[in-house]
Design a protein around this ligand. Structure first.
Ligand SMILES: NC(=O)c1ccc[n+]([C@@H]2O[C@H](COP(=O)([O-])OP(=O)(O)OC[C@H]3O[C@@H](n4cnc5c(N)ncnc54)[C@H](OP(=O)(O)O)[C@@H]3O)[C@@H](O)[C@H]2O)c1
Length: 304
């Protein structure tokens, strides 16, 4: 028997159970990964609490939990190619990553570069792809001054550092207790909430040229108010329709090679991945409660 986090009814962290399940085996086109770390994202607990969102991802009850993972290939289907037993890999398997084993098609796996821990690799797919897509959607370039909303969260840590690497000046929204953390990533912090436009104007009197809103709609609406063209503004969170012309984007829009580029930048020290906390899988409910609190700096990881 092996362990997997599963749930039988929709609800909050209390529905999550660490269950013993029969050991799964790879189908002919699948790779089995012995998971050692699973990074959490808002979509994980949004799926367990929102049946309509679960349906969008084809998830029915009883269900598994989590999306991002890293570990080691330990079984190969007869037709699976591209990986060998013992390879370190990471990837995304929506609704089933927090388990001893995941079965995935090789197309959804990436090799974990030497020097990058499983803990860090397990944070990359959903957040890294989304951050990259949010910046690509607005054509971020050298010389831009970009406002990033929700800059200290799982997506924000990648977006801030990718924007700096692209040569932009980065203003990032956060609460005041998060300012030092954001400065450490290279962003100039600005408090979210009423009066944001005035605070942005004070920080950048010459104006901002682009915005990526990673939390809701406040940063996007502020950028519009400050005269940024709608096509230079993106949002990623579900919610009300974005203002006309503003781009809604997400992980699935990221271009090929995105994760490889981010992994290279981590390897070379140009990007760091702050891990706010790592929880043993037995504490899955505490891990999810922490993530769902929406005040995490960086990523939450579950160790298996
Ligand atoms: N479309 C896609 O493919 C896709 C993929 C990934 C994520 N998303 C969505 O993107 C959003 C961000 O994900 P994430 O992983 O970065 O979330 P997260 O890690 O939970 O974000 C936490 C951060 O949000 C900040 N925050 C809290 N309240 C805020 C507010 N009112 N305004 C601005 N920032 C606030 C917090 O800063 P303080 O601690 O300082 O308050 C904290 O650092 C989520 O809605 C998620 O569902 C979409």
């Amino acid at each position: 028997m092996t362990k997997a986090v599963r749930y039988r009814q929709f609800g909050g962290p209390e529905v999550l159970e660490l269950q013993e399940i029969p050991e799964p085996h790879a189908a002919p086109d699948e790779v089995r990964v012995r998971v050692t770390a699973a990074g959490l994202n808002p979509m994980d607990w949004q799926i367990t609490t929102q049946p309509d969102m679960a349906a969008r991802f084809g998830i029915t009850l009883p269900a598994g939990f989590g999306s991002d993972f890293a570990g080691v290939v330990d079984e190969l289907g007869a037709e699976a190619t591209g990986f060998a037993i013992g390879d370190r890999v990471y990837g995304a398997a929506i609704g089933r990553s927090v388990a001893d084993f995941v079965l995935v098609n090789a197309a959804h796996l990436w090799p974990t570069p030497e020097g990058i821990s499983d803990e860090v690799a397990a944070t990359l797919p959903v957040s890294g792809l989304t951050a990259s897509a949010a910046l690509a959607a607005i054509g971020l370039r050298t010389g831009d001054t970009v406002l990033i909303g929700g800059a200290a969260g799982g997506v924000g840590i990648f977006a801030v550092q990718l924007a700096k690497l692209a040569g932009a000046r980065v203003l990032g929204t956060a609460s005041e207790r998060t300012f030092a953390f954001l400065r450490g990533l290279g962003a100039e912090p600005v408090a979210y909430g009423p009066g944001l436009a005035d605070r942005v104007r004070a920080l950048a009197p010459e104006g901002i040229t682009a915005a990526a809103d990673l939390f809701g709609r406040e940063a996007a609406e502020t950028a519009l108010k400050l005269g940024v063209a709608p096509e230079r503004i993106s949002v990623v969170a579900d919610g009300p329709a974005p203002p006309p012309g503003v781009r809604k984007t997400g992980a699935l829009d990221a271009g090929p090679g995105t994760l490889e580029r981010i992994a290279d930048a981590i390897h070379s020290g140009e990007i760091t991945v702050p891990i706010a906390a790592t929880f043993p899988v037995e504490q899955i409910r505490e891990a999810v409660m922490t993530q769902a609190g929406r005040h995490v700096h960086g990523k939450i990881v579950v160790a298996l």
